[in-house]
Design a binder for this molecule. Structure first.
Ligand SMILES: [Zn+2]
Length: 137
């Protein structure tokens, strides 16, 4: 079989369940007509031939991971609200409502403030064991 490993992998990367899944089941990661651009017969990303496996580095071969992000940024609130009421107001929302509010608030941070508030951002990958998946356009 043609080598689909087109990147240098460390031992720990090679041992990943997802990498092993792709290497041991290349038939599950075949370039189909939905991955081909125009009449080229090649994957629009990794340029592999229709009917052959995508390269390991192809962005159409992916996994979903769960992450945790914490952010620190200013929010305008009525001046008479206490810290406890501000938290209650947010946490009393549905999880979806809270996420929408946070997403909106983050989107209002001015570009010149991104560096300042970005310094307080934390990012943690909680679970990276979803298994390898193939995108379908
Ligand atoms: Zn590809």
């Amino acid at each position: 079989m043609k080598n689909i490993i087109d990147v240098d992998l460390r031992e720990d990367q090679l041992a990943l369940k997802e990498v092993q899944d792709v290497l041991q089941n290349p038939d599950k990661f075949i370039v189909t007509k939905q991955h081909v651009k125009g009449g080229t017969g090649l994957c629009s990303v990794c340029k592999q031939q229709f009917g052959t496996p995508h390269l390991l580095s192809c962005s159409l071969v992916f996994k979903n991971v769960m992450v945790r992000v914490t952010a620190q940024y200013p929010v305008e609130t009525p001046c008479h609200w206490t810290k406890e009421f501000i938290e209650y107001h947010k946490l009393d929302s549905t999880p979806q409502g809270l996420l929408e509010a946070v997403r909106y608030e983050l989107s209002t941070i001015l570009p010149d403030k991104l560096a300042e508030y970005g310094q307080h951002l934390t990012f943690e990958c909680l679970d990276d064991q979803s298994g390898a998946l193939l995108k379908h356009h």
